[in-house]
Structures are given as C-alpha cells and as structure tokens.
Design a protein around this ligand. Structure first.
Ligand code: C5P
Length: 218
C-alpha cells in the first residue's frame, strides 16, 4: 500500500517550511520541500547561463540534475548549495522557471519519489492538487501578505542580511500573483483542503492543529 501523505500548500513566506518540517518530525515522516527543487533548478540554470524563460533547456536541466536533501541541506550534483538557493533572487527564479509546463512535468516523478514509508509531509503550491491528489490530509496554509512580509524581513535581519520591508512586500505580492494566476498548477485553495490562517497564531499552534487533524483523518 502507498504511504500516507500530508500536503501543505500555500503562498510564499506563510511558514509552510517550518510547519511541514515539524509535522514530519513529529510523525517520523519524510519531508519534501518542493520549492527547494524549483530553486535548485533556477540556480542550476543560472550557473549554466540558461535563461529562466527557456522552457526546453530548463526541462533538460531538470531531467539531468542530481538533487539530494540531507540533514536540512540541499545538494546539486553533489555540491552543497543551501545558502545559494535560499536567496530572494532564487525565490524569484524559482517562480519564473515554475510557470513552464515542461518543467513541471519533468519534476513530477522526482517529487513523487519522496513518498516512502512510513509517510511523507510535502509543502509547496501543488502538492495536494497535482503531485499527491490522494493525500490523506490537505492543508492550505496562509497568512496576510503584510504578516508574511514582516516574517521574511525578521528572518533576513536575524541572519544578518540586508532587508527592505517595502521591497519584500512588493516582491511577495508579485510572486503571489504569478503563482496563483499561471495556467498550470496555480496556487489555490482546494475544496478538500483545510484552511489554516497563521496571521494570528504561531508555528507551534499551526503544527498542533495539523497533527490533530491528521490523527482524526487517519
Ligand atoms: O516555497 P518557495 O518559496 O521555496 O518556492 C519558490 C517558488 O517555486 C514559488 O514561488 C513557486 O513559484 C514555485 N513552486 C511551485 N510549485 C511548488 C513549489 C514551489 O511552483 N510545488
């Protein structure tokens, strides 16, 4: 039988990553950070001077690149590139490469391969709609865009990076638009997904709500 899946989809900076990782740890499940795969592709393309608009070349790179996640670190062709893909620039690149249907098709099986015993928590934009439509629990994790911008801002400052709140907010609004209006696998709340708005609750609370919902669904 197929292992259970918890799908957590939502907009950028909604806290999906932290929440999904903690839920996975709680159940001893594997974790799929699908956004990181699109970021790795954007980074690989930039390394090879391939434009983020070049769908065919991107699909080729997507088929050939070797990716690995270990202890929270991301590897591209054997090289640890975590800090290279966590930048705002690669977030933008990821959302540009992700609009191409050929790219999404090329990365479909890569993502499905993460489904292994005893289970998987996956986060992204289309985990519940396209990658694992049979997921036992689907969550739409969101928060007001100003709240998400503030969280991203705090995160960058804490890291010691430079951050400009107005720029981050404008960038998030643009990415929300691109992610929800694209033709293929747009970000949207599914009818069978549980809406979880974290504007007024913290990560711990969101994690507990998902854990309880999964226990009930199982
Ligand atoms: O979640 P994260 O911000 O790392 O994702 C980066 C970009 O990758 C998103 O803005 C989105 O365009 C794209 N993405 C996607 N489908 C997914 C995950 C991410 O299109 N399942």
């Amino acid at each position: 039988p197929l292992s259970p899946v918890i799908a957590i989809d939502g907009p950028s900076a909604s806290g999906k990553g932290s929440v999904a990782e903690r839920v996975a740890t709680h159940f001893g499940f594997h974790y799929l950070d699908s956004g990181a795969i699109y970021r790795l592709l954007a980074y690989a393309a930039a390394q090879q001077a391939v434009a983020w608009s070049n769908a065919d070349a991107l699909a080729d790179i997507a088929t050939q690149m070797q990716i690995k996640f270990e202890h929270g670190q991301a590897y591209l062709n054997g090289e640890q590139v975590s800090h290279h893909i966590r930048t705002e620039e690669m977030g933008k690149g990821a959302s540009e490469v992700a609009v191409h249907p050929a790219v999404r098709t090329a990365l479909l099986q890569t993502q499905r391969n993460f489904r292994q015993a005893p289970g998987l928590v996956g986060d992204g934009r289309d985990i519940g709609s396209v990658i694992f439509p049979d997921a036992g629990l689907k969550i739409f994790l969101t928060a007001a865009v100003e709240t998400r911008a503030k969280r991203r801002y705090d995160q960058l400052i804490q890291r010691g990076d430079h951050a400009d709140y107005a720029l981050i907010l404008a960038d998030l609004q643009q990415r929300d638009l691109r992610d929800s209006q694209r033709a293929v696998a747009p970000l949207k709340q599914l009818p069978d997904a549980v809406l979880l708005d974290t504007t007024d609750i913290n990560i711990e609370q969101a994690v507990n709500i998902i854990i309880e919902a999964f226990k009930k669904a199982a």
